[in-house]
Design a protein around this ligand. Structure first.
Ligand SMILES: [Cu+2]
Length: 303
């Protein structure tokens, strides 16, 4: 039953078995907006014993991203390790004092289906490997009033959005103007994208490069890239990207696509990127299209 909806993605030699539960069952059903106990338990398939050796990755033992199936809702949260039960635990939709879990109270806010992506760094002797899993949660309750994206502009040309300081989407004149573009880089055998987010702040009637950023979870910026086509969960393209604080160009965050295998196909995507600006967590989301150049990469064209 469990294997019917739980998928592990692991390119390394070792991978763990994983079991998830919500309010004590594997049905993964809950009430939207109501607290619900989520657990994630890892087992060593070789010994059938609980796997307990994890190391922090970007300041947390486990990272979890919750995205509604219609892509209107995103939450980046961090379950906690329970030494006694030897599993990760988190009460969804509960209050928290953890700054890094500030999206927890509204993790599952409305009725519908949610995709959940989890990542841990597991230790096997002196080796470590990333274990990534995904599963669905279904919430009962009123649906969202937000409408799903229908416009996916090619972001090789700049795509502009405005955000307020509280993280809500704004209009021209709002505190932040965020511009997404991507470049396709020729990696000889394939094209790989690099995403750029230009952050500008509204000062004295005009936008200038924003500078007041501090790292969040040990990085200048975090981003989640997800394919937008409504396919089976296991077939979604999901990538967690990272950026340093701007170095060369003020206000410009650069997110390379560094999971070079397999290559990213052209198509519709949504990307959520997160920053600490003036001490506030800002999440910017863009629906966009990515196109692959029609000419060969330099290696292919030299054959
Ligand atoms: Cu995280």
């Amino acid at each position: 039953m469990l294997l019917a909806f739980l998928f592990s993605f692991n390119l390394s030699a070792m991978s763990l078995d994983v079991a998830v539960s919500l309010n004590g069952t594997d049905q993964m059903l809950m009430e939207a907006g109501q607290p619900a106990d989520l657990t994630v338990k890892y087992t060593n398939p070789a010994t059938s014993r609980p796997f307990t050796m994890f190391m922090k990755m970007h300041a947390k033992l486990q990272h979890m991203v919750v995205i509604s199936r219609d892509l209107t809702h995103f939450a980046h949260i961090h379950p906690e390790w329970n030494k006694r039960s030897r599993q990760f635990e988190l009460k969804l939709n509960s209050a928290t004092t953890d700054f890094d879990n500030q999206m927890l109270p509204t993790a599952i806010p409305f009725g519908g289906e949610y995709m959940v992506f989890s990542e841990v760094m597991a230790m096997d002797g002196t080796e470590h490997f990333m274990q990534a899993d995904r599963f669905m949660i279904t919430a009962d309750g009123a649906p969202t009033a937000q409408t799903a994206d229908t416009y996916f502009p090619d972001a090789s040309m700049p795509v502009v959005k405005y955000y307020n300081l509280d993280g809500s989407e704004g209009v021209e004149g709002s505190a932040l103007r965020i511009t997404l573009t991507y470049d396709m880089l020729d990696f000889c055998n394939n094209w790989f994208p690099k995403f750029y987010f230009d952050m500008a702040e509204f000062v004295d009637g005009k936008y200038v490069a924003a500078t007041d950023f501090t790292p969040w979870l040990e990085m200048g910026g975090h981003a989640v890239l997800l394919s937008a086509d409504d396919v089976a969960l296991k077939d979604r393209r999901f990538h967690h990207l990272h950026a340093f604080l701007p170095i060369g160009t003020p206000g410009e965050f650069t997110f390379p696509y560094d999971d070079h295998l397999p290559p990213l196909p052209a198509g519709h995507y949504k990307i959520w990127s997160q920053y600490l600006y003036k001490g506030q967590l800002v999440t910017a989301s863009f629906a966009f299209e990515m196109q692959i150049p029609t000419f060969d990469t330099k290696c292919k064209s030299s054959f």
